[in-house]
Design a protein around this ligand. Sequence first.
Ligand code: CP
Length: 302
Amino acid sequence: MKDLLSVNQLSVSDIYQIYEYAKDYKDRYKRGETKFSDLRGCSVLLPFFESSTRTRTSFELAGKILSADTINISASQSSVKKGENLYDTIKTLEAMNSDFIVIRHYMSGAPHIVAKEVKSRVINAGDGTNEHPSQALLDGFTILEKKGKIEGLKISIVGDILHSRVARSEIKLLKKLGAEVTLCGPITMIPRHVEALGADYITTDIEDALSDRDVVIFLRIQLERQSKVFFTTLNEYSVKFGLNQERLELLRDDAIIMHPGPVNRGIEIQSELVYGNRSLILEQVENGLFVRMAIYKFLLNK
Ligand code: CP
C-alpha cells in the first residue's frame, strides 16, 4: 500500500494501527516532545486545487513536526492558472523527488489518477464528492477517545449527504469499526441508491436522528457544489434540520456533537452551540494533527 486514497484500502487493524501511532504522538506531544525525526530527509508537497484551512494546515504542520520539508502549492497561484493540466502539474512535482504528495482536488477520483502516475506516496486530502479519508480517520479517533469504543455506538450523520465526501468516508470507516450509522437530511440531499453507501438507517426526520444516539455528526451545506436548488432558503433548512437549543434537549445526556468544519453558523448548528459543552469540533481539529502525523508514519512503514 503506497497511497491513502480511500477508507476502502484500510483494514480494521490498519485503522487501529494508525490510532495507536496517533495516540503515541499525542501523548508525547502533550508531555512536551514537540519535534520528531520520523520524516527527516523527506519532502511533502501539498497541491490544493480547492480551498482548505484545517486539512492543509494540519498536514503541513504534521509534516514539519515529523521533520519533513513541506511545500504548499495553491492552484490559484501556480501554473495551473496558465493552463497546465493535472498530469503535467503532478509529473513536475514528482520530478522534484517528492516523498509524499498530499492532494485536494475538485474532481472525484483525481488522487487515484495521480497515484498511478507517480512513485511518491499520495494522500487524498478530499476529492470532489468522493472521499476524505483523513477526516474520517480523525473523527473516528475523536469518538474513540471520548467514548472508549466505536463498536455498538449509534451514530447519526445529518445534512448534505449528497455532496459530502466526508459522509462517504465516514460511513465506511464507522461501519468497519462496528457502529450503527443513520443518515438524515432533506430528501433532495439524500443520494439515489443511498443503500450502496452502507448506512443502516435513512431518515428525513431530524428528531428521529437525534434521539437515542451516542454521536451526531453535522455536515456543512456545500453551497459551492450546488447548481440546483435543494431547499427553498437556508433559513428553511435551518428550521427543519439545524441543531438548536430545543433539539439539543432531545439528545441523551452523554451524547456528543461533531462537525468536520467549516461550520455555516446558524444553519447547521445554532451559533452559541458550535463550541458548547457537547461539541467536539475543536477536539476534532486538534486530533487532526496527530492522526495526520500517524498517516505519514503508517504509509512510510508500509
Ligand atoms: N474538514 C475540512 O476538510 O476542512 P477544510 O476544508 O478547512 O480543510
